[in-house]
Ligand binder design. Structure first.
Ligand code: NAD
Length: 357
């Protein structure tokens, strides 16, 4: 089969890590008889430099017309002082909205060989963990009405959170369907003791839960969830939550895996065309030095094969190759646990993974 993949490399380490994922996909193509046609598009800081806006129309059109999109990361200090409407991050929000991607799937699990890179106590981490955060991606406070105004105490700023029943229903369905393919447990996270949007969220999740009697559902307040992820991550299977809570909790989950450089994500909507990206940013501190860990982006490419291209065996091949390389003791600098060891470069780690496919 032939697949058209849009590449949005972005800024900082983006080009290096996307290049690694492309090489791994080409290896998969060779082995399984597929052709991947890659077309690169600009977004983020590099697009601001080239054409004055973070998300050119050509990028949106190119991504919409592809089978799937693989993204590196956007942003960096060079563009930090620009006004809000032309910041690199606008490209991400714009692309998610243009492609109608309302679901963000963020798996987090511990590789047994990386237990010593994990910040949690050994008795906690010995239980292991394997969870998926299902984050609502196109609603809530990141998309609500916002502004500046004169308030009771002088100038003030405001952001508003709004969720419709439809938005909660569709993300709840994704969570229950994801759980049906896993350990059949959903924890819905909200702040229903304070927020009206959370009370609507909770009511709606429970109404939809009735359609999935094989899945166990429970609620947890977000402050408690932040604690439980550290106290006992093994208790979670599928976590479903709003845009902002999901943003924060998934970064917390990334830290307990050992490094942000390991975590992949998939953004999905009503069509098969998804957006796949590592959860980390553009890491300007290590950009251009061949030090970045490419694993999060390579695992994002595996998610793309699984969710958008229906190639589960090929996705397994990548995931097994990554697990094997870690098991064999190969490490980039961010996951190095033995200071006496020489870390692998981004390119060398990529090649180790390719060798195992
Ligand atoms: P970051 O994730 O880029 O970096 C945080 C730390 O993790 C840094 O020390 C970095 O070197 C390290 N790191 C990140 N990815 C790594 C990898 N693959 N291998 C090894 N180490 C890695 O977060 P930040 O420093 O807060 O943000 C930097 C820029 O990225 C900012 O402009 C921010 O807006 C942007 N950002 C973009 C995205 C995105 O494109 N999705 C997400 C978050 C941040």
């Amino acid at each position: 089969m032939t697949y058209n993949i849009a590449l949005v490399k972005g800024d900082g380490i983006g080009p290096e890590i996307v290049e690694s994922a492309v090489r791994v996909l080409e290896k998969v193509g060779e082995k399984y008889g597929h052709t991947f046609n890659f077309t690169s598009y600009l977004a983020g800081g590099c697009a601001i430099d080239a054409c004055g806006k973070p998300l050119p129309e050509e990028t949106v059109e190119g991504c919409k017309n592809s089978d799937s999109v693989l993204l590196g990361a956007v942003g960096g200090p060079k563009w930090d002082t620009l006004p809000g409407n032309i910041r690199p991050e606008k490209a991400l929000l714009g692309l998610r909205a243009a492609l109608g991607l309302y679901t963000n799937l963020r798996p987090a699990r511990i590789f047994p060989a990386l237990k010593s890179a994990c910040a949690l106590r050994p008795d906690i981490i010995d239980r292991g963990f394997d969870l998926v955060i299902v984050r609502e991606l196109t609603g809530g406070i990141y998309f609500g009405d916002r502004g500046r105004r004169e308030g009771k105490y002088g100038p003030e700023a405001y952001d508003t959170e709004a969720y419709s029943v439809m938005e909660v229903e569709r993300i709840a369905r994704v969570a229950f369907e994801t759980a049906q393919k896993r350990r059949k447990n959903v924890v819905s996270i909200d702040k229903a003791n304070v927020l009206e949007t959370s009370r609507l969220w909770r009511e709606t999740v429970h109404r939809i839960a009735a359609e999935y009697p094989d899945v166990e559902v429970s609620d947890m307040l977000v402050d408690n969830a932040a604690m439980q992820l550290i106290r006992d991550p093994s208790r979670f299977d599928v976590v479903v939550t709003s845009n902002m809570f999901g943003d924060i909790l998934s970064d917390e989950a990334s830290q307990i895996t050992g490094s942000i450089g390991l975590l992949a994500s998939a953004s999905l909507g009503a069509t098969k065309c998804g957006l796949y990206e590592p959860i980390h940013g553009s890491a300007p501190d290590i950009a251009g030095q061949n030090k970045a860990n490419p694993i999060a982006t390579i695992l994002s490419a595996a998610m793309m094969l699984r969710y958008s291209l229906d190639l589960p065996a090929e996705a397994d091949a990548i995931e097994n190759a990554v697990a094997g390389v870690i098991e064999d003791g190969y490490r980039t600098a961010d996951i190095l646990t033995d200071p006496a060891m020489e870390p692998l470069t981004c390119t060398a780690m990529t090649e180790k993974i390719m060798e195992r496919i």
